[in-house]
Design a protein around this ligand. Structure first.
Ligand SMILES: [Cu+2]
Length: 167
């Protein structure tokens, strides 16, 4: 009996780190576009005067049997929205624009702060404030276009700005 209880406890512990990464309140929000599920889009608040920001997703899933791709995004909150991947080159964080984000069948991508991939808001029309919401229109190759609502919130686990966004 003891051994079994210990096993269950370990299983519970093994699950918790992913839970800690979840941003914001437990009440998440998600959107569907065909077979694509966009789970909890969020953006950290930006300091006053910042002209760039980032949008993340708790997960971006392709629940279908066909491959899809996120091709582009746009928002009234910013002049331009780009798909970015952060990489470290010679100890320096760099961001590169991705032509598209591949979503193979069954994919479940974590597009979270502190990770490699984000949507970059360039030319913000106003600073993003905690509690704000704004729309972003996503264009998928197969699933078509879908407008989502992004929640501005301070990520729970991380008071620092996301890497690569101090420019
Ligand atoms: Cu970026």
């Amino acid at each position: 009996m003891m051994r079994r209880a210990a096993g269950l406890l370990l299983a519970a512990l093994a699950v918790s780190p992913a839970g800690l990464l979840s941003p914001g309140p437990a009440a998440g929000h998600d959107f569907r576009a065909g077979a694509i599920v966009i789970d909890h889009p969020y953006a950290p608040p930006t300091p006053g005067g910042a002209t760039t920001g980032a949008v993340y997703f708790r997960t971006l899933k392709n629940t279908g049997r066909e491959p899809d791709r996120l091709l582009s995004a746009s928002s009234p909150a910013a002049a331009v929205v780009e798909l970015h991947r952060s990489t470290i080159e010679n100890d320096v964080m760099k961001m590169r624009q991705l032509p598209a984000l591949d979503l193979p069948p069954g994919a479940s991508l974590k597009v979270r702060h502190g990770g490699e991939i984000h949507l970059m808001l360039i030319g913000l029309k106003a600073p993003l404030k905690n509690g704000d919401r704004f729309p972003v229109r996503l264009k998928f190759e197969r699933a078509g276009e879908r407008e989502i609502v992004v929640h501005v919130q301070q990520p729970r686990t991380d008071g620092k700005p996301p890497p690569g966004h101090n420019h």
